[in-house]
Structures are given as C-alpha cells and as structure tokens.
Design a protein around this ligand. Structure first.
Ligand SMILES: Cc1ncc(COP(=O)(O)O)c(C=O)c1O
Length: 460
C-alpha cells in the first residue's frame, strides 16, 4: 500500500478506536479489572531489534492499553480533581497533533501562537485579571505555580537590587515566603525548585475549611511573597485573597493565587463572589485540564508584571527568532519547545462561550451539592461546606472509611478517593467532568450508600 494510503488508514483507525472508547465510557466500570491491569504487562519486553507494522502497534495499544485504563474521562470519575475532555477539544487536539507545531516562537508557528494569544486574552477577561497581564501555557498548575513564583522571585529580588537570575541565591539577602497551612504540596515543591526551600516558608494558620485566617496572619516585614489559594483540594474553600492583598500589598509584598481549579469560579456569575478582590494580586496559577475539560496536560500562569515573568523565563540565541513584534510564547515559559496546548483551551472556550462555561461550572457545583444532600440524608457526615465542586464525607472511624472507599473503588460504578482532613479520614468526591449528569450522581450515590450501609451494618 502506498505510504500516503497507509497514513490515512492508520489515522482513521486511530480515530475509530478513540470514538469506540469514548462511546462506551459511560457504560464501562470506572476501574479496570485485575486481569486488564495484569494484561498491561504484555507491553513489557526487551527493546525490539526489528520494527513492527504501524497498524499492529496501534492495535496492540488499543487491545492491551484501553482495558487497563481507569475511565478518568468518564462521567463517574470523582477522584483527585480530574476534568474530562470536551469532545471538541479531543478533536482539535488530534488535528493540532497532526500539525506537530513547536509553539516556542511566534515567527515559526503563527497559527498556534495567535490562538494562544486569543485564549490568553479570553481567560484574562473571564477571570477579571488586569488586561495587560502576561500568560504562560504550561503543563499544569504545578508548573504554573513555579512560573508565577519565578516571576515573584525576580521582582522581590530586583526591588532590593539583587539579580537573582544572574547571580543565583547563594549569598542573596533573605526573602520571606508566607503560605497557608493548607497550601497545595505543589506550591511547596515550587518553592523548593526555586531555591526558597520546601521547609522555610512561614505558615499562616487556617480555619476549619482550610482558609487562611486573616486574624492570625503573620506580620509582614521586608521583601515578602505571599502564596494564597483559590479552591482547597479537599474542601474547595477559598482564602480571603482580597483581604490578604489589602493587608500585605501596602507593604510591597507579592501575592500569588494558586487557583488550580478554583479560579474557574470567576467564570460563573453565581460563583464569581468567591474570587472577589483577586485582581489585586500579582500572579495566578490555574489548570485547564481540570475544570475547563481539555486533554492533559494543560495549565496557565498569569502574571501582572510582564517584565518580571519575562526576566525569569526569556532566553535568546543567534539561531532563535525571538525578536518579534508579536507575543513570543517561550518568553514566558520554562520550556523552549512544547506542544500547542493553548489551541485546546481556545477550542473549549470557543465551543462553550461564556454562557456554556458558566453552565458547566454551575452544573458541577450543583451535582456536588446533590452528592452532599444524598449522603447527608443517608445519615453520613459531610465534613465541609460545599461551596464549590468538592465534597468530603465520613462514614465513621478511619478503618470504616477506608474499607468503604476500597469497596466503592472495586465495585466500579464510580471512583472516589481517600483523604485525611484535619485528622479525620474521609472520602473525597470531586465533580469536575463536563458530562456528569444528575443521573450519574444518583447512580453513584446508590452504589456508595449501599456499600456504606452494608459495611457499617456488618460491623461488630
Ligand atoms: C490547589 C491545587 N494546586 C495545584 C495542583 C497541582 O495541579 P497539577 O497536578 O495539574 O499540576 C492541584 C491539583 O489538584 C491543586 O488542587
């Protein structure tokens, strides 16, 4: 068969396999069977000397890989904070992959770089951020936190006359970093990667929902970076970012907001109050692969001070075409070469529009409340105020909770994870998928409650 026919056949085959997977996703058990997981070991072999026919490679991936997946893209996956992927974003992602653009420089990838610029402007508008903020399209909130804090590091050091990019941190004057007791571990990791140390930040006390308690906020003195959070990974609670900005900005502190999923509340008229005062901060990190429901991996950092982010990230060389009148994407990211992940974001926003996005966010929140109401009426304790898409429920003591969560995961109707919230083991339910319906919640509630009732009834 001619080369071009083979490519066509292969691409159509891949599309059909992808379609079959997604068409069956709501009916598959959420967790793979033990046999399917064991089957994935068939991938493990010595590096082959001879090649394999492309069609066979694809068929092998589907036959062994597909059954061993957890259906994270499906409507009843409530683990971690995992979005699905809107069909349009999978489709545009496939086309963008076929383009195979390296979006590091505008001059060589004008289409993808223009689309990223549009997606950036739309998000700045949706989140109500300063209109001239810079944005970095990165792998996820981890790197968005890192990029934001690299910009913060540049600004606080440059304000005290230290060139941190050139001279590093050895012998540098001290800078104070303040984070909430409930800061996400990726913020702590980012501080470590930036040379601030994972253990040196001053911890701000939090309340029962995990929000920074402004009445007990540490005193700010000298060069300072404050990391706040929009959307606690367990409770969904928001730090009082506006109040914190009022307190620390007059002292010259940089305020960062980790809004991995919570920032999307700003896109809903019913929930934007949760983000009141956010525009006064200096940097904001979010994920698109969570609540915007685009394929992995995709996160964005926004920074008010464009020159701080550029100073931390931009490079050039004789052979690079970074000098352009347009926004040059790699001036803002840790990576030079990368995929055009902004196209997926553009596609999601273009397809949903402002109204569709708000409706998706609100639907997830109302389904989270449905979970809380169902579990509460069944006699189980909901541990958090359900202000967003996160629900924490306890069925009893630590061992009982773990037994029930294991059984729910094994049963396969839905998938919920475990956490320990302020000393109590609990089941975490995160509603983040565009396709989850009230009927999916009811089906999941029935499975969870049946398992919980049976487990608690059988206890000595
Ligand atoms: C508040 C918060 N920050 C950061 C992260 C890290 O996000 P990612 O895994 O996409 O890098 C998460 C993940 O759930 C999160 O909830």
């Amino acid at each position: 068969m001619a080369e071009e026919n083979l490519t066509r056949e292969l691409f159509i085959d891949a599309a059909e396999r992808g379609i079959n997977y997604r068409e069956s996703i709501a009916d598959r058990a959420v967790a793979p069977t033990a046999d399917a997981v064991k089957g994935a070991r068939k991938f493990v072999e010595p590096m082959p000397d001879k090649g394999t026919d492309d069609r066979e490679v694809l068929a092998m991936l589907d036959a062994i890989g597909s059954p061993a997946t957890v259906t994270m893209a499906g409507p009843r996956y409530f683990g971690f904070v995992i979005g699905g992927s809107l069909p349009v974003t999978v489709a545009t992602n496939w086309l963008t992959t076929a383009w195979d653009q390296n979006v590091g420089m505008h001059e060589v990838t004008p289409a993808t770089s223009t689309l990223e610029r549009v997606a950036m402007d739309w998000m700045i508008d949706l989140f109500g951020l300063p209109s001239d903020s810079a944005a970095a399209f990165v792998t996820g909130a981890t790197v968005a936190n890192f990029a934001s804090l690299a910009a913060a590091r540049h600004r606080v050091y440059s304000d005290i006359g230290w060139n941190v990019e050139a001279d590093g941190l050895i012998g540098a004057p001290p800078v104070t970093v303040i984070i909430g007791e409930e800061a996400h571990p990726t913020v702590v990791k980012s501080l470590g990667m930036l040379g601030f140390g994972r253990n040196r930040a001053v911890r701000a006390p939090v309340d029962k929902q995990g929000r920074i308690d402004i009445s007990r906020f540490p005193t700010v003195n000298g060069p300072t970076i404050v990391c706040t959070q929009a959307g606690n990974v367990n409770t969904g609670a928001f730090d009082p970012v506006g109040d914190i900005c009022e307190l620390v900005k007059p002292k010259g502190a940089w305020v960062h907001v980790d809004g991995a999923f919570g920032l999307w509340a700003a896109a809903s008229p019913d929930r934007e109050h949760l983000c009141a005062g956010f525009a006064a901060a200096d940097s904001w990190a979010t994920d698109a692969h969570k609540w915007l429901n685009v394929p992995y991996d995709s996160g964005v950092a926004f920074v008010r001070d464009t020159s701080a982010l550029k100073s931390a990230m931009a490079i050039t060389a004789e052979y690079l075409m970074t000098d352009t009148e347009f926004r040059n994407p790699s001036d803002f990211t840790p990576e030079l070469s990368r995929r055009a992940r902004g196209v997926d974001i553009w596609a999601a926003l273009k397809s949903l529009g402002r109204e569709g996005l708000a409706e998706m966010i609100d639907r997830c929140c109302s389904n989270a409340r449905r979970f809380a109401a169902g579990l509460g009426s069944a006699g189980y304790e909901v541990l958090n105020d359900v202000v967003l898409n996160q629900v924490l429920v306890s069925f009893g003591d630590d061992a009982t909770n773990r037994r029930i969560i294991d059984a729910v995961q094994e049963e396969g109707t839905c998938w919920c994870g475990v956490t320990v919230w302020q000393g109590h083991t609990a089941m975490r339910i995160s509603v983040c998928n565009y396709s989850t319906t009230a009927a999916d919640v009811d089906l999941s509630l029935a499975a969870i409650i049946a398992i919980a009732n049976q487990t608690t009834a059988n206890q000595p």
